[in-house]
Design a binder for this molecule. Sequence first.
Ligand code: FAD
Length: 389
Amino acid sequence: MSKLSFDNTQIAFQGKDNKDLNRAYWLFKIISSNFLTQVGPPITNFALNVGLPIKGLIRKTIFNHFCGGETIGGCAGTISSLSAQGVGTILDYSVEGEEEEQVFDETMEETIRTVRAAHANKAIPFSVFKVTGLGRFDLLEKVNAGNDLNPEEMEEFERIRNRVDLICKTAFELDVLVLVDAEDSWIQDVIDDLAREMMRRYNKEKPLIYNTYQLYRHDKLASLQADFALATTAGFYLGAKLVRGAYMEKERKRAQELGYPSPIQRDKAASNRDYNGAVLFCLDHLDRIGFMAGTHNEESSRLLADELDKRNIAHNHPHVYFAQLLGMSDNLTFNLASAGFNVAKYVPYGPIKAVMPYLFRRAQENTSVAGQTGRELGLIMKEKKRRAK
Ligand SMILES: Cc1cc2nc3c(=O)[nH]c(=O)nc-3n(C[C@H](O)[C@H](O)[C@H](O)COP(=O)(O)OP(=O)(O)OC[C@H]3O[C@@H](n4cnc5c(N)ncnc54)[C@H](O)[C@@H]3O)c2cc1C
């Protein structure tokens, strides 16, 4: 067993001076107030839309905590500070909700810039994109539902496929690993099909393109296994990012409203069981699967770390990565890095107004109701006490 401790707050917060730590303390304190998290989004959106000068406040607080900057260049400080602590950066262009062809092209071009940045800098081990950043949601939904497309829609879908392909092709030529994020279940089959197509094309020599498996869905451990069987017969490596899944409430609500069975597991224990099962499955086939455990869950992270030791697999095996989001679960990230494991942070970036939906999601999942804040605040308070001694 590894002597890994996730309670070592000195290592967890070594990159934060007292000022940063205090800022994080107050931020999580405020976020834990459910009232503020509920009323915050409409008030903030209103203020930004009418041009009230609140950008500075947002930048100094929640933006600086959860985001790397507004541009790739603006993330340089975060990249080098993470890298100095043995942690990789995944530049995540987090602009959401724009539904125009021109914006989809720009997002593709920006993602390709992150691929080039990754090629030029060892501190950036992966690139990432969301298919909804490259194409219209309603069209993806229509394709997913198996509805016939008219000729214009067929062309539009072809453009989405081409954008995905251009990102993956550039990554292949520059030898950069790419993650495809998972999204809502009613568009996920299309995303899976595109990701499989890319893996078939670009994963012949190694796992380069990674699709995402949301183990809060009761069918996703089986999908992972089916994709592995396909990869074996078709002769490509499987790339898999394992997550529990971010859209549980939305999924359950929609299923109930439209009267179909919810795709989400019955309870948390079932999500945990399948998540850990997926980790073990990937380890069992590590010669042909590259995988990333994208999780803030301590038990799953410990399971993976312990299993690597039990199986005598090097901590820095190129097929195994841990990953957390910037500003969250630093106790996992930096203690894992300090024990020599491959670890990376998703570092979201983009213009402040455009990344607000991402920030609201982080705030919401960090309310005291959701539970993560208790964890984050507890660790920050422990470190404050340690430093005061
Ligand atoms: C690097 C990284 C990349 C990510 N990429 C994606 C992505 O591409 N797509 C995506 O959807 N999410 C993504 N996420 C978010 C992720 O899916 C989770 O929402 C988040 O990490 C919390 O889950 P956890 O594994 O950290 O563990 P925990 O905090 O232990 O688990 C919380 C999660 O468990 C599940 N859960 C909670 N209660 C129940 C219940 N009653 N029944 C069933 N399941 C339950 C939910 O998925 C919930 O989010 C990513 C996270 C990270 C760290």
